[in-house]
Design a protein around this ligand. Structure first.
Ligand code: ADP
Length: 204
């Protein structure tokens, strides 16, 4: 029941879907963005991103799902990575997952509210994860909604940091990546991304 990249449809913006776009259209980015609704552990792509905790030894939410699907070898490699700071990213193999790599990043904890520090940390998660992907020649990468679960970052704020950071990275490095997939798990997040994507990846 793995989902190959070819089965993940490209997100196509509808012309005029949004009045106030935040970025102009970059036609080099056409065919490079997907919005996928479902379980990230099923994606048969180069790299999936894990919203991990600093220990990198596994946890709840998407982290737990990834470790369960990958099997115990993942935890073994993660232990050798010796933790990860907030906003940083570390890469491992995918083991039992259909994805070749897992990029572990640690999002900010936002239960006390979102300030400049949390915002910058969340942007760093996306940027450093994309860097880890391209450094390892991974050309397709999927992100979960980092920090918006247990870590309490408001999803309607997080989506802007996610989309702005990916847009800025792709503007500079479009030749290094074939596809960036936003993997949403909750119906509410799907709606949020559908509404917000046209601001960052507008149609002609
Ligand atoms: P964090 O601790 O960074 O908040 P969570 O795992 O609690 O991480 O939540 C991050 C997001 O991952 C949430 O939107 C949650 O719904 C989503 N999620 C949980 N399980 C999966 C999964 N198997 N595939 C994709 N996304 C998932």
């Amino acid at each position: 029941d793995f989902v190959p990249l070819d089965d993940i449809s490209v997100w196509t913006p509808t012309a005029g879907a949004s009045e106030k776009t935040l970025y102009p259209r970059n036609e080099k980015l056409d065919q490079k963005i997907s919005l996928y609704s479902g379980d990230i552990t099923k994606l048969e792509i180069d790299a999936i991103v894990n919203a991990a905790n600093k220990s990198l030894l596994g946890g709840g939410g998407v982290d737990g799902a990834i470790h369960r699907a990958a099997g115990p070898m993942l935890k073994k490699e993660c232990a050798s990575l010796r933790g990860c700071d907030t906003g940083e990213a570390k890469i491992s193999c995918g083991y039992g997952l259909p994805a070749k790599y897992v990029i572990h990043t640690v999002g900010p904890i936002a239960q006390g509210g979102v300030g400049e520090e949390e915002k910058e940390a969340l942007r760093s998660c996306y940027k450093n994860s994309l860097r880890a992907a391209t450094t390892n020649s991974a050309r397709s990468v999927a992100f979960p909604c980092i920090s918006t679960g247990i870590y309490g970052y408001p999803p309607e704020q997080a989506v802007h940091e996610a989309l702005a950071t990916v847009r800025e990275y792709l503007d500079e490095h479009h030749n290094k990546l074939d596809r960036v997939i936003f993997c949403v798990f909750l119906p509410m997040d799907k709606e949020l991304y559908m509404k917000t994507l046209p601001l960052y990846f507008p149609a002609a």
